[in-house]
Design a protein around this ligand. Sequence first.
Ligand SMILES: *Cc1c(COP(=O)(O)O)cnc(C)c1O
Length: 352
Amino acid sequence: MADVELMTREMSRIDFDRFPRTSLCHQPTPTEALPRLTALMGGPRLFIKRDDCTGLATGGNKTRKLEFLVGEAMRDKADMLVTQGAVQSNHVRQTAAAACKVGMKCHVLLERRVPGRDASYEETGNVLLDKLFGATHEFRPAGLDMNAEAEAVTRALSAEGHRPYFIPGGGSNPTGALGYANCAQEIADYCRETGQDFDWLVMGTGSTGTQAGLVAGFAAIGHDLPVMGVSVRQPRERQMNAVHGLTRKTLERLGADGVPLSKILVDDGYVGEGYGLPAESTLEAIHLTARHEGILLDPVYSAKAMAGLIGMIREGFFKPSDTVLFLHTGGATALFAYQEQLAASMNRPDAG
Ligand SMILES: *Cc1c(COP(=O)(O)O)cnc(C)c1O
């Protein structure tokens, strides 16, 4: 009797229709096997969820968040999106494109966060696309409270008669995180429909909305998949607390119970010299994934996440019998802003 109950027990579902939302995203995104990378590493079995293929302006993880954020902006009758990010921010590029799609203006603040960049760093890659989408921008030096800066600019734009909607860096607040609670439900649906289960989910974590949304989503529907965040910037403790804080607020929004801090898993061993500075392991991950699977990773986020996955495999963190899902969060547009550094790495032994 207990067995029958277990087998027929339905997972609970989140009803996302109760939140303002606009459609921006190709979804569900594909889930694919990584057979050549799996063979190279000698297991565990690796799969990839292609959130680099969300469709909007070369894709990436911010598009899922923007469905809910722009949904709120439309509800509020905004005529402009205001946000902030590092110079080569993927979030800024996707926000600029989303604004075009819904007929709003877009104004962005770009932080000169990364030291020692190529001459073209402020012109190419994401910056080129921001301009194509007609976003207006202003630069800031490194180290300011960029959300406070952007909120001050938002107030000034209001005073001038615009109707701006402020989106925090990375789209990381409880509204944006709903996009990744939705992705968690999508992953659980995939497992149920295909019978393919995963033991781990590995992804890059920065402004926290992606990991917080995933953890909140899995908790809310009762799907037990541990989410390992590979930090691209902050030390472990700080990142865990930040992710936990947003997870709690997102679960509140969903009307579900909180999760303990022990549910927030972060590895900070792959940051290298800092945000936006590719480490040796970052370059290796870019080359290995390109040459073995024909997949592009970016030097700021997804390659640091993949370096984490590769490093954890080498440390024996996973069992060979495990199946690991890697979430590709996008970002390849930034490759063009790292041309000199990548050119210098083309003769690596693992590049061949
Ligand atoms: C923003 C971003 C991330 C990190 O997501 P957060 O929600 O900010 O933690 C990972 N990968 C790429 C490509 C990104 O642009």
